[in-house]
Design a protein around this ligand. Structure first.
Ligand SMILES: Cc1ncc(COP(=O)(O)O)c(C=O)c1O
Length: 333
């Protein structure tokens, strides 16, 4: 199977599984798991934050991030298509009584600061209290410019808001911009990182922030059911991924760019391609046919009028050559 639906579909490699089997463990609720502690220390070091906390999923990390910033009746400003607004089952509102204030993102994935400013509520009993700006980097594959992040960070200081980055794919931004994680994370108060996207672990996310913030988050994580015990076997996969799977994300970016060029030469319209995501226009009346065409050829896609294709460590150039050949055959059928 060539699976291009998402970079979440990767399987742990033999070497990653070896690292997991060799992990030293302890009870992480007692803070006794040396491998979890090592992973959290490494995430803090890389992000330049004082502390970090390990979670089973990005959704739980984002939820706890919001719960640790906002109280009941507070509000976060967030993109209309952001994961922690649209794709997390409304968790902040349902479980935290935190109101989202979504706004449209610009073409480049940023949230225009004039519009953020216009969405901030005055201090008035009629309104929720605006507390937080939440950005996503990368957003649909788009890397937020550092210059924008610097302005957004200054803006939030002036307006007394906190700034959170959902960095599920932040290492794709790190590699694309050829900077350190700290060079991006310096422009936020808190950052979530997913290990189970392009970095290839089976599970795991991290939340990075100040000591006091992470202590608050630890309580919320426990309440959300995320206090795991011998989680070192999972953290070992994360440590392995941070050591071995970051620089190689460039291959995924190059593969997505290559595939985009090939499909364009075959006559398809490329809507966008950045980092490891490629968006291809498919005429509405061909979507179903394309889906079954590829399914019969052991290629998994999520076709739509704009079909998203995601490259990752389990698809190499050879696999993509097959995809190009199948797509050309589809166009000529
Ligand atoms: C941008 C973004 N944030 C957060 C998440 C949530 O991660 P998880 O699937 O581990 O809950 C995802 C998942 O695809 C995502 O794409």
């Amino acid at each position: 199977m060539i699976d291009l639906r998402s970079d979440t579909v990767t399987r742990p490699s033999a070497a990653m599984l070896q690292a997991m089997m060799a992990a030293k463990t302890g009870d992480d609720v007692y803070r006794d798991d040396p491998t979890v502690n090592a992973l959290e220390a490494e995430a803090a070091r890389l992000s330049g934050k004082a502390a970090a906390l390990f979670f089973p999923t990005g959704t739980q990390a984002n939820l706890v991030a919001l719960l640790s910033h906002c109280e009941r009746g507070d509000e976060y400003i967030v993109g209309q298509q952001a994961h922690n607004y649209k794709y997390e089952a409304g968790g902040a509102a349902v479980l935290g009584s935190i109101q989202p204030q979504p706004i449209l993102a610009a073409e480049d994935g940023t949230l225009p600061l004039e519009q953020v400013a216009a969405a901030i509520k005055p201090d008035d009993i009629h309104f929720a209290r605006t507390r937080l700006l939440s950005l996503e980097n990368t957003h649909h594959g788009k890397v937020l410019p550092l210059e924008y992040l610097a302005r957004a960070f200054d803006f939030t200081r002036e307006r007394k808001l906190a700034l959170h980055i959902d960095g599920a794919r932040i290492f794709n931004a790190v590699v694309a911009q050829n900077v350190t994680l700290e060079a991006i994370a310096r422009y936020c108060d808190t950052l979530t990182i997913c290990l189970s996207k392009g970095l290839g672990t089976p599970v795991g996310s991290l939340l990075c922030g100040s000591e006091a913030y992470i202590e608050r988050a630890r309580r919320w994580r426990k309440m959300a059911g995320g206090g795991m015990r011998q989680a070192g076997i999972l953290a070992a996969a994360g440590l392995y991924a941070l050591e071995h799977n970051v620089a190689r994300l460039k291959e995924d970016h190059d593969n997505a760019a290559w595939l985009g060029q090939q499909l364009q030469q075959a006559g398809l319209e490329i809507v966008d391609q950045q980092t490891n995501m490629l968006f291809v226009r498919v005429p509405a009346d061909q979507v179903e046919a394309l889906k079954s065409w590829f399914a019969q050829r052991e290629v998994l896609l999520s076709p739509g009028p704009v079909t998203r294709i995601v490259t990752h460590l389990d698809v190499d150039r050879h696999a993509l050559e097959q995809v190009v050949a199948h797509w050309k055959a589809f166009l000529q059928r």
